[in-house]
Design a binder for this molecule. Structure first.
Ligand code: AMP
Length: 224
């Protein structure tokens, strides 16, 4: 139970478990809402919107979608979900991903009197991430994530809740994935410094979500 509004950013390399940690936070803190930028983009692509068409090639190649598109898209999501209010509690997963996005987001939030109060960077060994990624499957409509090795669906290749088929992300191949990791490593440093400077940055280390989750939960509770 959250006593005051929580506005949290989850940072971490692709495959570091941001989606899994988000899901557990949403299950345990029912006031929290979430926006996962990758899920928002994949929905735009599967709906064939003009943003989806623009974004598709970037996702396929593992490159970042231009900041201007991302900032508009996520600001609109925050507005549409009524999250740009000082009493709303939410987390963002996958956005911001560049220093510019971080600065622009802070401006939008400040203007709406709903500043961030917590930034958590998930620190997972990147060799382990690379080993895991080829067995990652997703349920596109919900963003639920499975891993065939250590978090398999109850029925093979079917979502536990809806029974709908699971899919492999196009960008979860070894080649595209290592490009995404390189890009993350390049972008994270200035963003980390930015949030450290604001005094809201924390790092949580561990190689499984079971190790990481309790530490994130503790931060959310102690900040509250
Ligand atoms: P994710 O599901 O968070 O791993 O994101 C999948 C892909 O969507 C990334 O590899 C990028 O191509 C794109 N993407 C997601 N979030 C962002 C963002 N904040 N900025 C730029 N591109 C993004």
């Amino acid at each position: 139970m959250l006593l005051k509004p929580t506005r949290l950013l989850l940072l971490g390399a692709p495959g570091s478990g941001k989606g899994t940690i988000s899901k557990r936070l949403l299950d345990n803190f029912t006031q929290l809402k979430s926006i996962a930028s990758g899920d928002v983009l994949r929905t735009q692509i599967s709906n064939g919107t003009s943003i989806g068409k623009k974004a598709e090639t970037y996702l396929k190649s593992g490159a970042l979608v231009p900041d201007i598109i991302m900032i508009d898209l996520i600001t609109k999501q925050l507005k549409d979900q009524n999250l740009l209010q000082s009493n709303a509690s939410w987390l963002l997963d996958g956005f911001p991903r560049t220093f510019n996005q971080a600065e622009q987001l802070t401006k939008v939030l400040e203007a709406n009197n709903s500043n961030l109060n917590l930034v958590v960077e998930l620190d997972v060994n990147q060799d382990i991430i690379l080993q895991r990624i080829e067995s990652r499957y997703v349920h596109l409509p919900s963003g639920r994530i499975y891993n065939l090795d250590y978090n398999p669906p109850r029925e093979p290749f079917k979502d536990d809740i809806t029974g709908e088929p699971l899919t492999k992300r196009d960008d979860d191949t070894a080649e595209v994935f290592s490009k995404r990791l390189d890009k993350y490593n390049e972008e994270i440093k200035p963003m980390r410094e930015y949030f450290q400077h604001l005094g809201i940055w924390h790092k949580v280390s561990g190689n499984t979500s079971d190790i990481i989750y309790p530490k994130v939960e503790k931060l959310v509770i102690s900040d509250n």
